[in-house]
Design a protein around this ligand. Structure first.
Ligand SMILES: *Cc1c(COP(=O)(O)O)cnc(C)c1O
Length: 345
């Protein structure tokens, strides 16, 4: 096979990733700070992300599925599988490279029938997503289970909602009512709600990867991922001429334009049409016209020296670009596609 360098790459700032984890670890106070690395590390590459965080001292990692856990098994980390235990997962669960987070009475029964062992348990405190009810615990559903972590998940931690305190109160009432060695409630946003939400272990995801789920993190969390794309063609567009599908942009004056190798198939969503931005040196280069499947046009009038083959960094500060595109910060990360080269720095 011939080595063909990709014409687009996702630059990962490993120092920023670690700085973000240290920030969240500090903010978690005496609680341990874990990491959610589901969905391939929020699209940034779970293996690389988990290895770096483990090197920085992170000890507890959360994935969604058993195949995600299996992919990380060679790293020898403590892994919890948030979606728990289907019948189809039993063989993987017995292999011992991760713990299930048991979410329902049938999952608990399945784990017991399979021989049991160390597990985590999710309890629903009001989100009505995954988890058993607090009343199930009162009814003895967990009796005799070897529970490492009892956890719950906040529905509205990124807002100042009365639901946060309600969920916290319901969760705190379960302390000492199970065999769990640790309690865990807070995601990224939940950590910023304060010490009362930290319990023994926190589980940030988004803020590790540069997301700002609450204003508390603005200016503290560092950007981790930057898409970069190569210029395929440079052209002059005359005043009054259109660019791209459906001619949604018309040159107000003669413009230098670069067509770069990035599109919505790579996760650079169509909502960035006429609103996204890129940068070369100090110059800001607006996206002009529609984002195509594999291509974007940029007005490079402010960077007249750009040539075919040059690389351009796409603005991808998650909070800013979420506001610009209407996409959530989570989507902006996890949509980033498979065609990126992924150098790490
Ligand atoms: C995804 C997830 C997290 C991390 O949430 P962020 O908002 O990304 O910090 C924590 N806990 C559970 C159960 C999750 O599903």
């Amino acid at each position: 096979m011939i080595d063909i360098p990709a014409p687009l790459r996702l630059r990962l700032d490993g120092d920023a990733l670690i700085a973000n984890w240290r920030l969240l670890d500090r903010m978690s106070g005496p609680a341990a700070c874990g990491a959610a690395v589901k969905a391939d590390g929020y699209g940034l590459g779970a293996h690389g992300v988990a290895a770096r965080l483990a090197g920085a001292g992170c000890r507890d990692f959360f994935v969604a599925t058993w195949s995600e856990a299996q992919a990380l098994a060679p790293l020898g980390l403590t892994l919890s599988v948030l979606h728990g235990l289907r019948a189809e997962d039993m063989a993987a669960a017995r292999a011992g490279f991760a713990r299930p987070v048991l979410n329902s009475l049938p999952q608990i029964a399945r784990w017991r029938e399979g021989g049991g062992g160390a597990c985590d348990v999710m309890v629903d405190t009001g989100m009505n997503r995954l988890g058993i009810a607090p009343s199930d615990i009162a009814d003895g559903a967990l009796d005799g289970l070897a529970i490492e972590t009892l956890m719950s998940h906040l529905a509205c931690a990124d807002e100042d909602s009365a639901m946060n305190a309600d969920q916290r109160t319901r969760f705190a009432a379960l302390a000492g009512r199970t065999t769990a060695r640790r309690l865990s409630l807070a995601n990224s946003a939940g950590i910023a709600l304060g010490a009362a939400y930290h319990f023994d272990l926190t589980r940030p995801g988004l803020a590790l990867y540069g997301g700002v789920p609450r204003g508390d993190y603005a200016g503290l969390v560092r950007q981790v991922a930057t898409p970069e794309a190569q210029v395929l063609q440079r052209r002059l567009v005359r005043a009054g001429d259109p660019v791209g599908y459906n001619a949604t942009w018309t040159a107000p004056h003669d413009c230098a334009v670069a067509i770069v190798n990035l599109g919505y198939a790579d996760g650079y969503v169509r909502a960035f049409s006429n609103t996204g931005r890129a940068r070369a040196g100090g110059a800001v280069l607006p996206v002009i016209g529609r984002v195509s499947m594999d291509l974007v046009a940029l007005d490079i009038t402010a960077a007249p020296d750009l040539a075919e083959g040059d690389w351009i960094a796409i603005d991808y500060d998650l909070a800013t670009q979420s506001a610009a595109s209407g996409m959530s910060q989570y989507e902006l990360l996890t949509l980033l596609g498979r065609r990126f080269g992924r150098p790490q720095s």
